[in-house]
Design a protein around this ligand. Structure first.
Ligand SMILES: NC(=O)c1ccc[n+]([C@@H]2O[C@H](COP(=O)([O-])OP(=O)(O)OC[C@H]3O[C@@H](n4cnc5c(N)ncnc54)[C@H](OP(=O)(O)O)[C@@H]3O)[C@@H](O)[C@H]2O)c1
Length: 339
């Protein structure tokens, strides 16, 4: 590989007072030189922007496990320096595996990862399309699969309502699209009225505000409404929604954009047989499972490509997008093109 350009990245440094400083810096290592045994250098063509990356940009200790750190848990590009079975030039994707948390991530012109973490990218997925999906797409499929496996067959009827919270976000929108494609009647819950049309285009039967799914009665159970729930918000909204899940229904707990605490009772579980299923897309799926998920995402993408909102970002836009994402102001997916 030849390096004719300056290799750059967006790097975050945690300051002694717990805040963080970030900006564009030189990569600091030679992308054309072999790294440690068994590692591959990937030239990053696109990087997906996840909520975790927004937290990392603010120095959140739960994500930023070391400092300084380049954020970015999703990368797509080509193999620049081979280190395993994939020859130079192979289109690849890398997600999770500690990237952007324990070691430098994808908001950079190059990233170095163990060869076992680097997967061949489906031929049908360009790098920017792969990153429009990224961990959000993997998570949406995992949540749909899990709910379909645990929910009582009595809820197989197409008129049963399935709820998606935080629906204007990356995981939320892709979950709406995936559940609708699987034939479910999807109710999208979003605080953003402006996202209504796109959520309907992606398959939502209805778009409602959080107030419409919350119930002010202080009861541990309220009228059952939801067969299945994909929850990306957590906190009080998740606690409220759990009280309204139908007998034998299930909830996939994915996120904490609205809070990490969960104050609930055992009643939904012991009086309605509700299942609360955790989803961990970053570290739980094996590499073999990820390859299968990516193949499914590649088939799924053409059906939503023209309707799904993707914002292309430069490295210099990372800080601003992260601020907006933490405030819950973004819609769809941001994709960083670190050229
Ligand atoms: N478990 C896993 O494997 C996994 C994988 C990926 C992501 N996640 C988590 O899932 C969550 C969503 O990730 P994402 O990448 O889709 O993020 P995102 O694009 O920022 O979407 C989050 C959405 O949550 C809603 N929201 C934000 N702040 C809120 C608040 N204070 N109160 C209520 N709702 C709020 C907003 O939707 P509306 O405005 O439409 O309501 C926002 O668009 C994050 O917590 C992320 O860490 C988990």
């Amino acid at each position: 590989m030849t390096t004719t350009k300056r290799e750059t990245c967006w790097r975050v440094r945690r300051l002694p007072d717990g805040t963080a400083a970030a900006g564009i810096e030189a990569l600091g290592w030679d992308a054309a030189a072999a790294g440690p045994e068994g590692e591959i250098v990937v030239r990053v063509e696109a990087a997906g922007f996840n909520y975790k990356d927004a937290l990392c940009c603010a120095g959140h200790p739960g994500v930023m496990r070391t400092s300084p750190l380049v954020p970015g848990i999703d990368a797509a590009g080509v193999v620049a320096l081979p280190g395993g079975a994939l020859p130079a030039g192979t289109p690849v994707v890398v997600t999770g595996n500690g990237m952007g948390e324990l070691r430098d991530g994808a908001f950079a012109s190059c990233v170095r990862m163990p060869s076992a973490a680097v997967l061949p990218r489906p031929a049908a997925l360009a790098a920017d399309a792969a990153m429009a999906l990224g961990t959000a797409g993997l998570t949406a499929l995992l949540a749909c699969d899990r709910l379909q496996a645990i929910i009582s067959p009595r809820h197989a009827r197409p008129d049963e309502a399935w709820l998606v919270t935080g629906a204007s976000g990356g995981v939320g929108m892709l979950s709406v699209a995936a559940l609708a494609a699987a034939g479910h009647r999807v109710i999208a819950c979003s605080r953003k009225a402006a996202a209504t049309d796109v959520l309907r285009d992606l398959g939502a039967a209805e778009v409602v505000a959080p107030d419409a799914v919350r119930d002010p009665t202080p009861k541990t159970l309220v009228a059952g409404r939801w067969a299945g729930v994909v929850d990306t918000v957590g906190g009080p909204l998740l606690a409220d929604v759990l009280r309204a899940v139908r007998p034998g229904g299930g909830v996939a707990a994915i996120g904490m954009a609205g809070g990490a605490d969960l104050v609930t009772s055992v009643h939904p579980f012991i009086l309605r047989g509700v299942t609360l299923a955790g989803i961990d897309a970053a570290s739980l799926p094996t590499q073999a499972e990820r390859i299968l998920l990516w193949a499914r995402l590649a088939s799924f993408w053409p059906a939503i490509a023209g309707r799904f909102p993707v914002t292309r970002l430069r490295l210099e836009d990372v800080g601003d997008w992260a601020d907006r994402m933490r405030r819950g102001e973004t819609t769809g997916r941001g994709v960083v093109i670190p050229e």
